[in-house]
Design a protein around this ligand. Sequence first.
Ligand SMILES: Cc1ncc(COP(=O)(O)O)c(C=O)c1O
Length: 375
Amino acid sequence: MIKAFCEDPRPEKIDLGVGVYRDEAGETPVFAAVKAAEALLVETQQTKAYLGPEGDTGFLDLMSPVIFGEGAAGADVISVQTPGGTGALRLAAELANAARPGARILVGSPSWPIHRQIFAAAGLEVAGFRHFDPPSQTLAFDDMLSALERAERGDLVLLHGCCHNPSGADLSSAQWAMVTGIIADRGVVPLIDLAYQGLGRGLDADARGVRAVFDTVDEALVAYSCDKNFGLYRERTGALFVRSRRRSDVVRSNILSIARCLWSMPPDHGAAVVRLILQSPELRASWEDELQAMRRRLGEIRAALSQADSGLAPLSDFDGLFAILPLSGDQVEAMRRDGAVYMAASGRINLAGLTPGLIRPFVEALCAVTTVRTA
Ligand SMILES: Cc1ncc(COP(=O)(O)O)c(C=O)c1O
């Protein structure tokens, strides 16, 4: 699709297929705070010697309050740096499979397609429930609840911490409380994928689900990515956090031995950059400002789409980079052919591919193919 987009000579073409943030100029810039931290790192780093399988513990200690709140993660939360959020998900899946071979994990549909592949590759049995209904653009919360109510002790459930990929439809605080209650009652182990903290409603607001779960249950995992909210993508910066109230020593040694076999030591650069940003009040403020600007831009695009067409009205209630439209493969193809709009075959769009000036042509292209469908 990237190749087809680049080769398309139409000047009005719109790329909504990418998986990364873009600013109004269509760029995915390096954060100013990252540039400054990188300069500092070049100046001050004395060695590239191995750090150990946990990675950069300073990075982990500084990320922990960002995720769990100040002073909230106790000694029973084990943390390890991973190659991106993907590495954290794979490590979590391997850990779950080591504890209970072939354990079942419930994954809402639709989800980031790689979730299922990672879990299956680690040996887990993947079961589904409906998370979102694209035609009505509504969260299928009842389906999630009934899947959890039917779950067995020891099953896992994957939950998106915020900015659900691909729908943008997150749980409210009341819904998180209900989910947490059922999980705790039934002995289901939550694995929360937090890949977009700060791109939804704010750093604290986007962590409310993680915090509700970690305050309540004895065993929980968070697969975290810094690749979107620090714009570090190719630096592969992430972490896995695991709460195990009863067996934290065993869990910790299992995590480290699994990590040793997967990648031995995680890559250093991105985590060192994040550590320097979080250590410096100035760099931290600069990072938070830039994150807020990204969040604001996504909110403005959502509001404009929601006003432009009644079918898109629900988008302003959702968060993050993505939305999923109820389009068939043929309609996605027609949008590309007739409207020069490129998107994933699933109907997922990246809102950061739009600017205020592109809202109208995008909505016109969308209306053209949806009219074809109803004709
Ligand atoms: C929901 C979700 N989880 C995890 C990831 C993986 O992030 P990373 O690039 O840090 O591996 C992505 C990346 O697109 C994602 O969308």
